[in-house]
Design a protein around this ligand. Structure first.
Ligand code: HPA
Length: 242
């Protein structure tokens, strides 16, 4: 088994028509939801709603360990994560699709490793290139095949949320070298690395980061941007060649 899973975040709940459901088995706690069998172009994948179904779990309450361990036990070897993000780089317009290659982790207090209570041997996973792997390249190739513009590379800041940032925090993230800001890539991607899962993120820019524009960030606009961008996301995933 070399299964693919899609972990869908904000705006991605109804990305695919759902089929059979499966309960994720895991000793780590409660996964966000049952996984659903979905069809993407030529192949089938599992879909996991990161914030639960219905959407209810804030980023710091998601049991990332349960989700990743449950997927691993299901035979999942590759995960495409869909992350709604704000732009730190003012050049990234809402609706842009970015395949990040770096991250800076600003989260705290999240259960973030399987090397925790003696059940797993202590392991210091290599993490210099957190999203590196064949799946990331396959996503970029799918963008070319589907003629969908993707930004290749970018550094995502992962903040604790659920509140959005202050303008000063966005300026600091820019000084730290970040291009994007989201709340859920960590510890999801490092747990996937610990579990031996090839993990690539597809970031959907929902809004300019706090303070980049005069007006306050509008949640209604975020939802509108995300729902129109999901059409391209669906098309892109249907062109993945695995
Ligand atoms: N900040 C953090 N996470 C986000 C944002 C943001 O502006 N937009 C969507 N997810």
């Amino acid at each position: 088994m070399n299964e693919l899973a899609i972990i869908g975040g904000t705006g991605a709940l109804d990305l695919f028509p759902g089929g059979d459901e499966r309960v994720l088995e895991t000793d780590w706690g409660d996964p966000s939801a049952n996984v659903v069998r979905v069809r993407l172009g030529q192949y089938k994948a599992w879909f996991l709603a990161r914030h639960g179904r219905p959407h209810r779990l804030p980023p710091h309450r998601i049991d990332y360990r349960a989700n990743i361990d449950g997927l691993r036990r299901l035979g999942v070897k590759r995960v495409v994560a869909i992350n709604a993000v704000g732009a730190v780089d003012p050049g990234l317009a809402p609706g842009s699709l970015v395949i990040p290659d770096q991250l800076v982790d600003y989260t705290w207090g999240r259960a973030h490793t399987f090397s925790d209570d003696g059940r797993h041997p202590l392991e210091h996973v290599e993490f210099a290139k957190p999203f590196e792997g064949p799946l990331r390249s396959a996503l970029l190739a799918a963008g070319q095949a589907a003629d969908i513009g993707l930004v290749d590379g970018g550094c995502i800041a992962v903040t604790q949320g659920p509140r959005l940032e202050t303008a000063a925090e966005i300026r600091r993230l820019a000084r730290d070298g970040c291009d994007l800001v989201g709340m859920t890539a960590m510890p999801e991607v490092s747990l996937a690395r610990e579990a031996g899962i090839d993990y690539a993120s597809l970031c959907v820019v929902a809004n300019p980061g706090a303070g980049l524009e005069e007006e306050p960030i509008s949640l209604e606009e975020i939802h509108q941007v995300l729902s129109s961008a999901m059409i391209s996301v669906q098309d892109l995933l249907a062109h993945l060649s695995l």
